[in-house]
Design a protein around this ligand. Structure first.
Ligand SMILES: [Zn+2]
Ligand SMILES: [Zn+2]
Length: 182
């Protein structure tokens, strides 16, 4: 195996770890519940509601489908929030109450506006730190590629810093980032 194919493989792994599958956060109970809710809305529109006029059928199909989808998606969203709130170390009970009880999905909007940044453990000392940090505040472990002069974040493919023009090739890359340098 050539060196570049090894580094490509590393790069692929890094990308896969980076995009932790957000959809897999949705718990099974909320998927089941959303299917039940969708079914219940169809039942409401086609069985419970009185329908004498036959020509209203397309309208009823459309309304049943759109309300069913809206409610089912909201159940999935509540399921997602119930997991997301825990991995961000926010008070789960309080936020679930806000998301479920505030009308018209406003609770969910408030949640996505106010949620804390995702925490991840430092690979060196396991301190939980915000994913936006460039260095660990406890052990100085470098978490992201940065410019050696202004210490702002850079892309691993950049040759010069976009903020100060520093030649990034002059920097000493940490060992775990050296795979990207070729
Ligand atoms: Zn650390
Ligand atoms: Zn710079």
């Amino acid at each position: 195996m050539t060196r570049s194919s090894v580094s490509n493989e590393n790069r692929l792994k890094e990308v896969q770890v980076g995009q932790e599958d957000e959809l897999s956060l949705i718990p099974a109970w909320s998927v089941v519940l959303s299917i039940i809710v969708f079914g219940a809305v169809q039942y409401l529109f086609h069985v419970v509601m009185p329908h004498h006029k036959h020509e209203m059928l397309p309208m009823r199909l459309l309304m049943g489908y759109s309300w069913g989808t809206a409610f089912a998606s909201y159940v999935l969203l509540v399921g997602y929030v119930s997991r997301d709130v825990k991995r961000r170390r926010m008070p789960a009970g309080l936020w679930m109450l806000i998301v479920v009880l505030m009308p018209g999905g406003i609770g969910a909007v408030v949640y996505f506006l106010l949620r804390q940044p995702l925490l991840r453990p430092c690979p060196h000392c396991s301190t939980e730190i915000a994913s936006s940090c460039h260095f660990c505040p406890q052990c100085q472990f470098q978490m992201a590629p940065v410019c050696g002069r202004c210490f702002r974040g850079v892309q691993i493919t950049d040759v010069y810093c976009t903020q100060c023009g520093h030649d990034l090739a002059e920097d000493q890359a940490p060992a775990r980032l050296r795979a990207y340098s070729d």
